[in-house]
Design a protein. Structure first.
Length: 145
């Protein structure tokens, strides 16, 4: 997780009123708390919570998704990251496509095309098995809840 934050300048590229970052520590035995505390002191939009015990991936995802207040949520694991310079363009897409329930980033193509799908069948036809890549899907909170 340290390298996901430290080796990437994306945190400083984003105003804290546009992006909120929550780290949900699922009772890990590594340095997650120390790293989150270090970066939380530098970035007011980074928040940390720790589960008393490991509650499993699914429950942890549900827990952390409920903490944020943004219009969209993006779920990342501790080894996921944004390439430098990608957050602001992504925010622009989310703003322009704010009526969409799901915005999916095709990480295998870098053509920057935005393709709108009509319904689940169309979405699955275009995304195929990549539809389940958690870190590539931005979900509109109102549809999640």
């Amino acid at each position: 997780m340290n390298s996901s934050i430290a080796d990437n300048d994306n945190m400083s590229e984003v105003r804290s009123d546009l992006v909120e970052v929550w780290i949900s520590d699922n009772a890990s035995t590594d340095e997650t708390e120390q790293v989150a505390t270090l970066f939380g002191a530098q970035f007011p939009n980074l928040h940390y919570t720790r589960n008393a015990e490991n509650i499993g991936t699914d429950r942890n995802v549900m827990h952390v998704a409920g903490l944020g207040r943004g219009k969209f949520l993006i779920l990342h694991g501790d080894d996921d990251f944004f390439n430098e310079g990608t957050i602001l363009p992504l925010l622009n897409v989310l703003h322009r496509q704010s009526d969409c329930s799901v915005v999916h980033v095709n990480v295998f193509h870098t053509d920057n095309n935005v393709v709108r799908c009509e319904g689940v069948r169309d979405f699955l036809r275009i995304t195929s098995n990549r539809a389940v890549f958690m870190s590539a899907c931005m979900l509109r909170r109102s549809d999640w809840e």
